[in-house]
Design a protein around this ligand. Sequence first.
Ligand code: URP
Ligand code: ZN
Ligand code: ZN
Length: 457
Amino acid sequence: MEILIKNGKIINAGGSFKGDVLVRNGKIAAIGKGLDGKTASKTIDAGGLYVLPGAIDAHTHLEMAMGKTFSADGYESGTRAAACGGTTTVFDYTLQEKGKPMLEEIADRNRLAEPAACVDYAFHGGISEVNEARLNEVAEMAKQGFPSIKAYMTYAFGLDDKALFELLQRAAKEKVLITVHAESHGIVEANREEFKKEGLTDVWYHYLSRPEIAEEEADIRAVTLARAAGAPIYIVHLGNEAGAKYIAKARAEGIPVYAETCPHYLAFTNEVFKRPDGIRFICSPPMKGKESQIALWEGVSRGVIDTIATDHCPAQTFEKDWGKKDFTLAPCGVMGIENMYPYMLNAANKGMISFERAVALCSYNVAKIFGCDTKGAIEPGLDADIVLYDPKKEFTITVDKMHSNIDYTIYEGMKLKGYPVLTMSRGAVVYEDGEFKGEAGYGRLLRRKVSCAYDKY
Ligand code: URP
Ligand code: ZN
Ligand code: ZN
């Protein structure tokens, strides 16, 4: 089956031009000017619209166990919302129960995802212990198409320095990319203990318990351990100025360190924790001061930030409210899976970054860094994961227009200039004009290749 998308402005990370895209059997068959659509069963007039590769969200936690609850979007509602925000691939993070192989955790998660996912999905491994069994599994992870593993430097399941160093060494040998949640366990835990003892438990203390320096310290240590191990490293959800500066310097020295930030660190500062609904914004790392927000935007426009991802891990209002009097009781995480691409494209539309850069951050770079060789660009041979974007459409984010399961959005009332009007996943229309058009179970598990982080090794 063929579809011809005519007269749109085709925007890739490397440049843009006005032309046509021919889709055949779920793949991009051709791009160019004046393509002949004689054999196409459908023609879409994209005049006045931009034709973009679907976004790839490299960081979600769907249906993830969080204390006495689960993150409130499962694989169906999460990927449904993704499709409606122009995201056509979602990377979910698995956790690892001690003693259980990472690949078994992935298989368990896939049993949930396979019948439910509305767009394509991938899994990062998760690791909470480093021993011979886990280290020996690293090679198999790569072999089976899961060449990325997340390590936490805090939380009960975090790794200490020795464990992280050993993991990085093995990852370098097997060409697996380690992604790191970088917050200093020592600083965070000592602060939390002290605040609890003194009854300082309102939402603002969530931020004070995990301040800028808690992230900076861990960023520096993570990069240093990676250097010592001869491994590349990917810092997830970077939220602080000093860490961004340190990473920029390390990269200038040729150290292969990659950085991801999230829309919530770009859109908000720690002021949100003073709002009456501040509890809704609890996530780790927390949003920091204005200086960090500015530094992250600089990184987004000037290069130290490689990718934007959402860390989508929402909880319902009643669950967040468990922490109203004691922030430590609130489930940690915010939403964003439907908002990432529209938010970054709005920034492009307002001239803060170029559209090419928005596509690089949200799609192309993610595909390269995480070894997806069928995604990330409007290019012949790749999957027809395509977004039509109307740069003139005015859109105000309100919860009733969102497509996930959550009863609020932290982006409520945000006005965007431009919005996706159609999303295609492997050639199938999964979203059009505000409505979800896809189906549960359509999404396929992606098995991936080696990260571009290993290109020069
Ligand atoms: O608060 C957050 N980010 N929750 C999800 C887990 C994580 O740390 O990425
Ligand atoms: Zn994290
Ligand atoms: Zn996360």
